[in-house]
Ligand binder design. Sequence first.
Ligand code: VAH
Length: 311
Amino acid sequence: RILITGSLGQLGTELARLLRSKYGRDNVIMSDIVKPTKEILESGPYIFTDILDFKGLQEAVVMHRVDWLIHFSALLSAVGEQAVPLAVRVNIEGTHNVLELAKQYSMKIFVPSTIGAFGPDSPRDPTPNVCIQRPKTIYGVSKVHAELMGEYYHERFGLDFRCLRFPGIISSDSNPGGGTTDYAVQIFHDALRTGQHTCYLRPDTRLPMMYIDDCLRALWEIMVAPEEQLKRRTYNVTAMSFSPAEIAEELRKHVPGLEVNYKPDQRQKIADSWPMVFDDSEARKDWGWSHKYDLAEMCRVMVSNIRKRPA
Ligand code: VAH
């Protein structure tokens, strides 16, 4: 059985749908501390789990005979800066809990990392898999810690820990959860609703990005990759890099006359400390990673998905 923590965030619902199509509806359990909608409850098993409650998590793992744990629970970059003590507890203590349980019950565990696990001292264009990591957000600090702890548990106890550093993820059917890359989702909704978007980053702020279908396929592919293909436990993966000006230009092919104005806020500082281009050549070489959605294709699909939705 597969348990997804933090499953009501940006990635969980779509991942549950993908994994249920592969392993059966009842073998993928969504969980969070948030009340599920009727649709979520009807889509398959959903339980309450608080990753700060070790005993409760342990009971869920035992009673549902969990053998894969996908750990999404976290406070993302921007929201973490506004709630540092909570981010420390959820992102660090929460990850300790799931790593300890994964070890105790020999579960395969996926923990997502991020472009945010790098900082201004890292090479930014491109950013390789292995280089200095001195992130300047509590989110980034906690994700470097998660990478290091997961790799330690793998070396010391044989824990099957797998980790992908994701770029900003673009999705149409789920809302991002307080990140710095969220403008790249919001711009689609604003363009199609009002034809006007106010962007909190400068027009030339280039960041690595990926469409959600590529993101979830990468997650599944690393989870099923044969052990001998994995030269390391943590890999960069990406699909493209673009700036607000570049995505606005591409979007204008679908929404002519789209107006974007720029009002940089505190998220500009975070974005300026992050990679501009991600080098994911090791993932492509070791376990055959390849993206399918480039900027043009992602814009086409996003516009089509949002236009299809009832007004
Ligand atoms: C954030 N979307 O902006 C998340 C992600 C690439 C960044 O981790 O915090």
